[in-house]
Write a protein that binds this ligand. Structure first.
Ligand code: LLP
Length: 399
């Protein structure tokens, strides 16, 4: 069993933070390594291939670590394909998805001889074929199918329903087969799915397996050899318990696919995990600028806001918020913290939505206190913006 309890901050770390300008992202590379090892070990048990979904975090140090653990790369832009190769990911481990790949991006990926394009429309198939023909190349293709499986996650991060823009709907498969037969510069490799993100209910993946099995039968019945089953990503993390449940249950996750996918001899099973590999390994560290005690509300105004971490504002996402200064002076374990007051924890940006969470239980807090916003390794630093002409957020590392 993988160790679940990993504490991110000790007194030394917090003392070090006191010397630094805030806000910044703090990366605990030890947690990252443990998570990557847990995932790789669980996947290797079944010979599964995992491509890291670079969109979750393309911080160079993070990418180097992930590459060193032997993961492939899952990219959604030409620049991600470029960055993957620059960071040493094997080009034959790069997959390229995206509903709107530009000609320039397709050409870049063709020049890089990547493993596979995950094609998201019939029209895209013809475009990749034309561009490959012009280069006298053959492009490997997986068809991204929209399986109409409900991921039971937040509707903003659901991708596999008929109403979503992603992938090719099942009723369009005859057109896909037709296109593949006509396009001599495409090599059909297999089928690809991705139904959403932050999925914690394994039943959802069982339903996905059932649909994948139906889809591979469809292709086989129509004369195609399905070599690759790419199930996408989406495995969730525990945003409420970052210290006591630090590593997602990769063993159970992969076992679902082992048990419920009808894997044929010679077939490869691929995954594209992002969040579960990186989310718990970083926190956003900021300082309290002002404490506003009102009649109805107390506000903690931080020096970090939606420009540094937009998930709470964009997806109503929950992140644990801790006062590290009070914790370091009084005690070291979060469960011992005296929860004196409730605060709306807000940022400095001129938008009402710039609020990390309302009514957060915290010890009485003061100007200058260090605040950690946890589970900020995925879709966090990479979604930072320069709105209000803010400084680019910095990163520091545990080594
Ligand atoms: N494969 C494809 C085709 C994807 O679109 C995604 C994520 C992944 C794999 C990786 O999914 P993961 O394992 O990370 O769940 N910004 C949002 C999440 C957007 C996910 C986009 N696609 C958030 O902060 O929750």
């Amino acid at each position: 069993m993988t160790e679940k309890r990993i504490i991110m901050f000790n007194t030394n770390t917090i003392d070090k933070f006191q010397q630094l300008d805030t806000p910044f992202y703090y990366y605990d590379l030890g947690i990252l390594d443990k998570t990557l090892t847990a995932c790789k070990t669980a996947a290797d048990k079944y010979g599964f291939h995992v491509h890291y979904a670079m969109k979750a975090n393309f911080n160079p140090k993070v990418l180097d670590r992930i590459q060193a653990h032997g993961f492939g790369a899952d990219c959604v832009s030409g620049n991600e394909v470029k960055a993957a190769i620059e960071h040493g990911f094997d080009k034959k481990s790069v997959v390229f998805a995206g509903v709107g790949k530009s000609d320039k991006e397709i050409n870049l990926a063709l020049d890089a001889d990547i493993f596979c394009f995950n094609a998201e429309s019939v029209q895209e198939l013809f475009i990749i074929n034309d561009l490959a023909k012009a280069k006298d190349k053959v492009a490997n293709i997986a068809i991204r199918i929209n399986p109409n499986v409900d991921a039971h996650t937040h509707h903003f991060i659901t991708t596999g329903l008929d109403e979503n823009k992603f992938g090719i709907n099942i009723w369009q498969l005859p057109d896909v087969a037709d296109a593949l037969r006509k396009c001599s510069n495409l090599q059909f490799l297999g089928i690809h799915f991705h139904i959403g993100s932050q999925i914690t209910d394994m039943e959802v993946y069982k339903s996905l397996c059932t649909r994948i099995n139906e889809m591979q039968d469809w292709f086989t019945d129509h004369g195609f050899t399905v070599k690759v089953l790419n199930t996408g990503g989406g495995l969730g993390v525990d945003y409420h318990n970052p210290d006591t449940n630090s590593i997602s249950d990769f063993e159970s996750y992969f076992k679902v696919f082992k048990d419920f996918l009808a894997i044929k001899p010679g077939q490869e099973v691929h995954f594209e995990l992002g969040r579960a590999l990186v989310a718990q390994s970083a926190a956003l560290i900021s300082r309290v600028l002002y404490v506003k005690n009102g009649l109805k509300k107390n506000f903690l105004v931080l020096d970090a806001g939606m420009t540094e971490l937009i998930r709470p504002m964009l997806y109503q996402a929950y992140h644990e918020i801790e006062n590290l200064s009070r914790k370091s002076k009084v005690q070291s374990s979060k469960s011992d913290q005296a929860h004196d007051l409730k605060y709306d924890v807000v940022g400095p940006i001129c938008e009402s939505t710039d609020c990390f969470r309302k009514d957060v239980d915290l010890p009485e807090s003061f100007r200058g206190d260090l605040i950690a916003i946890r589970t900020a390794g995925a879709y966090a630093e990479v979604m930072a913006s320069g709105y209000n002409l803010r400084d680019k957020v910095q990163s520091i590392y545990s080594e």
